[in-house]
Design a protein around this ligand. Structure first.
Ligand code: GDP
Ligand code: MN
Length: 391
């Protein structure tokens, strides 16, 4: 789960990471009221959407004049912002963060994430922070530093020194070396205590007063750890999520919408990945990733069908089930009942393998539904691709 910048900054503040004074704003009225309480040379009005690249897309406005703030708020609220991370549809701006501007001497980049190669929480840092960090990583990877933390001992001062000296901070601004190392420590605590999978500060700025300030903030939380954090669950913003993915999560289905036209219903994440691969190999594109889980029932299958059919791009459905824990004849019953209930008119190919597969296939064939039944994965994939491309 991702959270907004203003929410991330609130967490930063709780963990002693310095952030500008600011507030979440949802109306021009509220903007007028809040800005009256601020006194600063520069005011910053920032669109709050779950996507980066706002600066370049016009979603971050700066002004020296207090009376311009409500006007800027009016401009941004309700606007659809298209950034390089939102896709062409963009995102509607429903909230703003209005804060005191900072006087920037230098923009750094700082991130913390789990590095899958080493299996360790790893800091990523660069002196070339700001809006083009992806560019920096692609063109001058030597300017991006990494420092892995051994989770068994936690963050150590030497991790901090490695990064601070590696970046050349003592030459850039000696006054921020100690605060920088303290900030890494705080960021690591936040990461661990809140079960984050990514924390990013870009830019982390050195101000002209020689202090550090987190000017932007992004936090991704590990969904599997969320049950421990009722306070963080409240930060979820459903406006920022794909409607079909929300519906799927209500049925405990793991669904990710994609761009192709073959809807997939599979049990097990690994098999779902393999199914997507084989569809591509057969010459088409999957419309989604959908893992109905090990204990698929008639209800989950029906919910899966409904979600697949709501995507107008879906031209056919491929059900690929391996009966390990779940028995195939049960799945077959589920598919038959759900297909009747939902009223499916699209071509459906079902591949069943494993426990009671034979019986499951027979049930499907005798059901009177126009479903194609297969045993072999490759054969099944070719079938559904053929049926959907002929349409
Ligand atoms: P992003 O483009 O979505 O990552 O949004 P950011 O929050 O990173 O803002 C983009 C850019 O706006 C930053 O890299 C800064 O250059 C600039 N910016 C943001 N806040 C301030 C501020 O308080 N003062 C100044 N001078 N620039 C700012
Ligand atoms: Mn940024």
């Amino acid at each position: 789960m991702n959270i907004h910048e203003f929410q991330a900054k609130r967490l930063f503040a709780q963990f002693g990471i310095p952030v500008p004074r600011g507030k979440e704003i949802k109306s021009v009225r509220a903007a007028e009221k809040w800005v009256a309480a601020l006194d600063t040379p520069v005011y910053v009005v920032k669109a709050q959407i779950h996507a980066g690249g706002r600066g370049k897309a016009g979603g971050v406005k700066l002004t020296k004049h207090r009376e311009e703030v409500p006007k800027l708020a009016k401009e941004l609220l309700g606007k659809t912002l298209v950034t390089h991370q939102t896709g062409p549809k963009g995102r509607k701006v429903r909230r703003l963060l209005i804060e005191e501007g900072a006087d920037i001497a230098k923009e750094l980049y700082l991130g913390l994430l789990v590095d899958r190669d080493s299996g360790r929480p790893t800091f990523v840092a660069s002196t070339e922070g700001g809006m083009d960090i992806e560019e920096v990583a692609a063109r001058t990877p030597e300017k991006v530093l990494k420092e892995a933390v051994d989770p068994a001992v936690g963050f150590q001062a030497h991790n901090g020194r490695n990064l601070a000296f590696g970046l050349g901070l003592p030459q850039i601004e000696p006054a921020v070396v100690s605060p920088f190392i303290a900030m890494l420590d705080n960021l690591y605590r936040l990461f661990l205590e809140k079960d984050a999978s990514l924390v990013e500060i870009n830019p982390l700025v050195i101000t002209t007063e020689k202090t550090l300030l987190a000017l932007d903030g992004k936090i991704s939380l590990d969904d599997n750890g969320l049950f421990k954090h009722p306070d963080l669950q409240k930060l979820r913003d459903l406006h920022e999520e794909e409607p079909l993915e929300i519906e799927a999560s209500q049925h405990n289905l793991n669904y990710v919408k994609l761009d192709g036209n073959i809807g997939c219903m599979v049990n097990g994440a690994g098999l779902a990945m393999a199914t997507m691969d084989v569809i591509k190999l057969a010459g088409s594109e999957p419309a989604n990733f959908l893992d109905v889980g090990g204990g698929a029932t008639k209800e989950t299958v029906a919910a899966g069908f409904r979600i697949l059919l709501k995507d107008p791009h879906v031209k056919g459905i491929f059900i690929n089930i391996f009966g390990g824990i779940v028995r195939c004849e049960r799945i077959a019953h589920g598919v038959i009942e759900a297909a009747r209930e939902v009223g499916i008119t699209l071509p459906v190919v079902v591949r069943l393998q494993g426990t009671n597969a034979e019986e499951g296939r027979r049930l499907l064939l005798d059901s009177g539904l126009t479903v194609d039944v297969a045993t072999d994965l490759w054969e099944a994939a070719q079938k559904i691709v053929q049926m959907t491309s002929a349409k």
